[in-house]
Design a protein around this ligand. Structure first.
Ligand SMILES: NC(=O)c1ccc[n+]([C@@H]2O[C@H](COP(=O)([O-])OP(=O)(O)OC[C@H]3O[C@@H](n4cnc5c(N)ncnc54)[C@H](OP(=O)(O)O)[C@@H]3O)[C@@H](O)[C@H]2O)c1
Length: 290
């Protein structure tokens, strides 16, 4: 399936970040759509199980908006929260009954009758593949779910599901500060099986905040040089760097500033010179490639 680049990550829009008001959520959604950013990434747990409903509340105040956008959400992490008193510790749950009940909750939160994409948030050591397959089959046949994917799954964990249900995407941590997927087979697997890799924390999450970190400083310094060369901002260079990978990485940007999302869209089309890509790679490794 095709996602618009970048995806707007909503984890920091609510109580886990900017604490948007209803008007700010609505303005953010409208602004994204005006910039052709149509995919919104959620998880049931964001804001301690509150962000989906806040977003949904704003969404219904925008007539016709639901059908212009795509809603991605995740389930499978069960954690204690004020509105989840039945959870006494953080755990994973991927039974068919649990997945279906999470989707029903999310549909209610968004005031919609279908989700565009559901991801299993984390691999679960107790996952029975047939439970997941049954839940996804039921939800799809009821028209409540259009696409299915996973998040943080290793290739052999995707294999558990892939033969029985279409896995459209795998949301992984991929960024200039998290290089493992480039070399450990994760992105090669996505490319081989035509699974869309969605990059969470594509700007390293705290890259811009963690000033004392030597490696971060080196990355930012190198990105600043390239920003001058390509007449772009530093964050745009980091987005372009990800988008250059042949697996067609789709960044899930966590910014709460919509102008940064729009700039990232522009950057996703940039193709930097080969040596420039490796200049940043080298800055992150701390040495030249072997
Ligand atoms: N599947 C999973 O397990 C998982 C895990 C974590 C996250 N996610 C998803 O990934 C999304 C992105 O994660 P993230 O928020 O950690 O990623 P990120 O996009 O790497 O980082 C966002 C942070 O960087 C800041 N930032 C961005 N551009 C900046 C700039 N030019 N200067 C200074 N600060 C800048 C943002 O602040 P401003 O708001 O001020 O721009 C924000 O605090 C989340 O929203 C969520 O949807 C998924």
């Amino acid at each position: 399936m095709m996602f618009s680049k970048p995806i707007a990550g909503c984890m920091r829009w609510g109580k886990w970040g900017a604490c948007f008001t209803k008007a700010e959520y609505a303005a953010a959604i409208e602004n994204c759509v005006a910039n052709d950013i149509l995919d919104f990434d959620h998880a049931d747990i964001y804001g301690n199980y509150t962000t989906e409903a806040e977003f949904g509340d704003a969404l219904v105040s925008l007539p016709g908006m639901r059908h212009k956008i795509r809603l991605i959400t995740k389930c499978g992490i069960a954690m204690p929260a004020e509105n989840r008193v039945q959870h006494s510790i953080k755990s994973y749950n991927t039974t068919a009954k649990y997945i279906v009940s999470c989707v029903e909750n999310s549909l209610g939160n968004f005031s919609t009758d279908y989700l565009d994409v559901l991801l299993i948030h984390r691999p679960n050591p107790l996952m029975h593949p047939e439970e997941v397959v049954a839940a996804i089959g039921t939800l799809k046949s009821q028209g409540k779910l259009l696409h299915f994917g996973v998040s943080n799954f290793l290739p052999h964990q995707v294999d558990l599901l892939k033969n029985y249900v279409t896995v459209d995407c795998n949301q992984l941590e991929i960024s200039i500060t998290h290089l493992e997927p480039f070399m450990d087979g994760q992105l090669d697997y996505c490319l081989t099986h035509q699974i869309s890799p969605l990059a969470w924390s594509p700007l390293g999450g705290n890259l811009f905040r963690d000033h004392a970190n030597e490696r971060h400083a080196q990355i930012l310094k190198t990105a600043a040089t390239l920003a001058l060369k390509y007449n772009m901002y530093v964050d745009q260079i980091l987005v372009a760097w990800l988008c250059q990978h042949p697996s067609n990485i789709v960044p899930v940007l966590g910014t709460t500033k919509i102008s940064r999302l729009a700039k990232a869209k522009e950057a996703s089309a940039l193709r930097m010179e080969n040596e420039d890509w490796f200049l940043l790679y080298q800055a992150s490794l701390g040495h030249e490639v072997p």
